[in-house]
Write a protein that binds this ligand. Structure first.
Ligand SMILES: Cc1cc2nc3c(=O)[nH]c(=O)nc-3n(C[C@H](O)[C@H](O)[C@H](O)COP(=O)(O)OP(=O)(O)OC[C@H]3O[C@@H](n4cnc5c(N)ncnc54)[C@H](O)[C@@H]3O)c2cc1C
Ligand code: FES
Ligand code: FES
Length: 508
């Protein structure tokens, strides 16, 4: 039986459930903390959100995560705060976030309220200026079925007004929030305990249960990223479920530049979360504008947990990060467990992402292998890179695509260079459109001629459409998907060449 030490609210607990047990079952079952609610158990409603404190890049941070999709083993040495923990020490038994909900009548049956309170508390703890867009983004994974969102929006506006002067420095921000009882005193205690006892690395390295070798060599050990795909498929993984928790290994979480054989790469650890991927300065520098596509992926709660590697290995034909990485011509760094476990020292091989998908949900990865990192080839001057992502889905938030596509290229001496175009939802695997790429590669780029640009966009879109073989399913018919490929390709041109007048030519 696993044995984990976790700070839960203001007390360190020894948890006896196995590492792969969904955190919600431990919180409500083993710990008897019932404020955390179970709604969908699929990451869709946010009722189960909890606040997790951990060190990331040598900085203590608190983020909201969906406890229904979170392995309890992930919380080893971390700080778990539930609603019961938030109110410890709060004046009148309510934190200011709860008070705002009460004053604005933002809660009716109350089932969703703990999740909203946690998500908005996490938003206040982000070391960023406060605005309504940020607040709404923080709760984009929380559903309320009876109050309606107008009152919740008013509560958020009240909090913005109340806390607009919060410091931006991360440590000062947490201290300030403890001072005004938004966060409990246990946050300061946790910071002091952790800095006294261990550094971030020593927590992770000291932990004997993370050493994977014998556990992976014994058959059937599941590799877990964030678990946002795994737990949806396996909501009750069983009492003895003890996966290999990739997010607990620092070497899977780095983002850094490196040079190998004359090529410069941006290497992104497979356990980097979707949230950290889009937040990374290095990623933003290498792929200008990529951050605008973050909110097209799931919700803040899911992005806080889901990993880049998991998105690839799950091998969904409509995986969004995979579509983006295909257009960035990424390759995978694959480690083997042979000899030394999945250590960074062994890079068994690399594999182009384009060649990784062999058939529907079939990938080029042996049971003895794990994806350690993803590499994006660097541009000499990243400012010349143009990148766009488009996704057609029924809902704006929290929806999987019917069709998605990304494009990346450079303009050099007025010509398209290094063109890559990905398409998802139109074949059993995510694909690239070679014909459309070949048309653009080396072509003259009519940057100030909307009419010629529109002709080029239509030709590219036609070739992309001709290269797909979609099927009909619940997300869309074959015909719809073909048409979407055409339209989304035009949308790339409209987005990337806004000043050329191409939009007026295409959609007069
Ligand atoms: C509510 C909700 C909304 C979602 N919305 C979107 C969306 O908008 N777009 C989208 O693309 N996806 C979406 N997803 C799907 C999911 O969040 C993503 O695919 C996510 O990136 C998976 O990452 P993970 O770390 O959670 O994977 P996990 O569930 O941990 O793992 C997925 C699979 O990959 C394996 N694995 C994980 N990491 C590695 C590794 N490094 N090496 C080898 N094997 C590994 C696991 O064994 C498992 O088989 C959504 C999911 C939910 C629940
Ligand atoms: S129970 Fe709905 S997101 Fe977890
Ligand atoms: S208050 Fe009832 S679901 Fe939100």
């Amino acid at each position: 039986m696993a044995y984990l030490r976790i700070k839960v609210n203001n007390t360190w607990h020894d948890i006896h459930s196995s590492e792969g047990t969904p955190a919600i079952d431990v919180i409500r079952g083993e710990l008897g903390l019932m404020a955390t609610k179970e709604g969908c158990r699929e990451g869709d409603c946010g009722a189960c959100a909890v606040l997790i404190g951990e060190y990331a890049a040598s900085q203590l941070r608190y983020r909201a995560l969906p406890s229904c999709l979170l392995a309890i083993g992930e919380l080893k040495g971390k700080h778990l705060i539930t609603l019961e923990g938030l109110i410890e020490g709060a004046q009148d038994g309510l934190t200011p976030v709860m008070r705002a909900f009460l004053d604005e009548n933002a809660s009716q049956c109350g089932f969703c309220t703990p999740g909203f309170i946690i998500a908005l508390t996490s938003w206040l703890a982000e070391p960023k200026p406060l605005d309504l867009a940020g607040a709404l983004q923080a709760i984009d994974g929380n559903l309320c079925r009876c109050t309606g969102y107008a009152a919740i929006r008013r509560a958020a506006l009240r909090l913005i007004e109340q806390f607009k002067g919060l410091p931006i420095d991360p440590e000062a921000r947490l201290n300030a929030l403890v001072g005004v009882h938004v966060l409990p005193l246990s946050v300061s205690e946790f910071a002091a305990e952790i800095s006294r006892q261990f550094s971030q690395n020593s927590i992770e390295k000291k932990n004997p249960q993370i050493a994977p070798k014998e556990r992976i060599t014994s058959n059937g050990i599941v590799i877990l990223g964030g678990g946002t795909d795994y737990y949806v498929k396996n909501p009750e993984p069983g009492e003895d479920f003890s996966p290999f928790l990739i997010r607990m290994r620092p070497e899977f979480k780095e983002i850094a530049y490196l040079e190998e054989k004359g090529q410069k790469w941006l290497e992104i650890g497979a356990a980097v979360t979707v949230r950290d991927f889009f937040a990374s300065e290095l990623v933003r520098q290498e792929v200008p504008g990529i951050e605008q596509f973050e909110t097209m992926f799931a919700s803040t709660l899911i992005r806080n947990l889901a990993t880049i590697g998991g998105n690839i290995v799950n091998a969904s034909p409509v995986a969004d990060i995979t579509a983006m990485l295909l257009a960035l011509d990424a390759e995978l760094v694959i480690s083997s467990q042979e000899e030394e476990g999945f250590g960074t020292s062994i890079t068994a091989r690399t594999c182009k992402l384009e060649e990784f998908f062999l058939g529907y949900k079939t990938i080029d990865l042996k049971p003895t292998e794990v994806i350690r990192a993803i590499r994006i080839p660097c541009c000499v001057d990243p400012k010349t890179r143009k990148f766009s992502f488009e996704k057609a889905s029924k809902r704006k938030n929290l929806d999987i695509a019917a069709v998605n596509t990304a494009i990346s290229f450079r303009i050099e001496e007025q010509r398209f260079k290094d063109v890559h175009i990905s398409l998802g939802g139109v074949a059993p695997i995510p694909i690239v459109s070679k014909a459309a790429m070949e048309l653009l590669e080396g072509s003259f780029c009519p940057i100030s001629d909307g009419k010629t640009m529109a002709e080029l966009a239509k030709k590219t879109a036609s070739l992309a459409e001709a290269s797909v073989k979609p099927i009909s399913d619940v997300r869309g018919s074959e015909e719809y998907r073909r048409r979407m490929v055409y339209r989304l390709m035009l949308a790339h041109f409209v987005r990337l060449f806004e000043d050329s007048g191409v939009a007026e030519e295409l959609f007069p």
